[in-house]
Design a protein around this ligand. Structure first.
Ligand code: GDP
Length: 365
């Protein structure tokens, strides 16, 4: 499963956000794998389309798709030198697909800030520097190994060394590896290095409760947004404390509560959606009388591989996929009506699945 790691300095609101995630999370009974690790929370990906398809098809069961968040506690200044939970922390980050970096953007005299004052830019730099140091260390090690081979004019080694040198220079200038563009040939080399600063990053600005209706006046948030823009990263403002309260409400209470703040969506829901699209993920649906269900696929996936997400037999025996777009299904009101209007396409092996497709796979067993 794809997972986003929650990182940040102490006292910025990570645990509060993670509590909100576990409280809002899926029933452990339905997702037994989710109970294995207490640092992992599994949440549904909110999707209005799934609700609308459910109303149309009236299945016995509706199953949303999910993503995971991992609570990665323990980063402090000096983590890359093994301070605090240093190395353990870094190895946990290595395993996540995206990083949600929680930054304190609220003033509260009762809650100590590790460095004495609220300063999101300095906080971000502190953590990013630890990630940069850790990457530099692994790059230096790698250069040590590859350089000798490169001298023998070994083609692969020469290509790798070139990539390593580019990365080294950038990191030494405090640049994150995800800010650098590589060619299609170089990309796999970069990927093979599993760098921390190459991961997709979202800044989660933890703002005060009285700012959620209109966060635009929060000066800290403005600073974070400016920095994120330079890095091409996204910022999601939330109030972690409020999210924890919202996570305890049922759906109806939740909409009422949010309406009180003039909001339609919770901050957590926005965060989940941002992570989802940041990871290049989309959703297709299956819609039968038994079950309407959302499935996650990577953008660019072809029909047989999308079928394989449900079951490997579907991929192996793939014949074709009867496919209708979400919009067409809503317009015509039923699969049958869409079919009669000629809106149900028979797609083959080369079809690239689109976000919102409703699919029925035909396959040989
Ligand atoms: P962590 O060390 O990053 O996990 O931080 P915690 O989640 O434990 O939060 C540190 C303190 O900040 C706790 O006392 C929280 O109740 C408080 N806190 C978290 N989020 C907010 C917030 O949005 N507003 C305010 N005022 N306090 C918060």
């Amino acid at each position: 499963a794809l997972t986003a790691g929650i990182v940040g300095l102490p006292n910025v609101g990570k645990s509060t956000l993670f509590n909100a995630i576990t409280k809002a999370g899926v029933e452990a009974a339905n997702y037994p794998f989710a109970t294995i690790d207490p640092n992992v929370g599994v949440v549904e990906v909110p999707d209005k389309r799934l609700n609308n398809i459910t109303q149309l098809v009236k299945p016995k069961k509706t199953v949303p798709t999910t993503i995971e968040f991992t609570d990665i506690a323990g980063i402090v200044k000096g983590a890359s030198k093994g301070e605090g939970l240093g190395n353990k922390f870094l190895s946990h980050i290595r395993q996540v697909d995206a990083i949600c970096h929680v930054v304190r953007c609220f003033d509260d005299g009762n809650i100590t800030h590790v460095s004495g004052k609220v300063d999101p830019i300095s906080d971000i730099e502190t953590i990013n520097l630890e990630l940069i140091f850790a990457d530099l260390e692994s790059i230096d090690k790698r250069i040590g190994r590859v350089a000798k081979l490169a001298k023998t004019k070994d083609k692969e080694a020469v290509a790798e060394l070139e990539v390593l040198e580019i990365l080294k220079e950038a990191l030494e200038n405090n640049q994150m590896a995800n800010a650098i563009e590589f060619s299609d040939e170089q990309e796999p080399i970069v990927k093979s290095l599993f760098l921390l600063t190459r991961k997709k990053m979202i800044y989660v600005a933890n703002i005060a409760e009285d700012e959620v209706s209109d966060p635009s006046n929060n000066p800290y948030l403005k600073q974070v947004e400016a920095l994120a823009a330079e890095q091409g990263a996204e910022v999601v403002p939330i109030c972690a404390q409020l999210e924890e309260e919202i996570a305890e409400l049922d759906d109806e209470e939740k909409s009422d509560f949010l309406a009180g703040y003039g909001l339609e969506e919770s901050g957590l829901d926005r965060l989940i959606q941002s992570v989802y699209s940041l990871l290049g993920l989309s959703t297709y649906f299956t819609a039968g009388e038994q079950e309407v269900r959302a499935w996650t696929f990577r953008n660019g996936t072809k029909a047989p591989q999308a079928a394989g997400i449900i079951h490997s037999d579907f991929e192996r025996g793939f014949i074709r996929a009867e496919t209708v777009s979400y919009e067409d299904l809503m317009t015509y009101g039923s699969m049958q009506a869409a079919k009669e209007a000629g809106r149900v396409r028979s797609e083959g092996k080369e079809y690239v699945v689109k976000d919102g497709d409703i699919m029925l796979f035909r396959f040989n067993v």
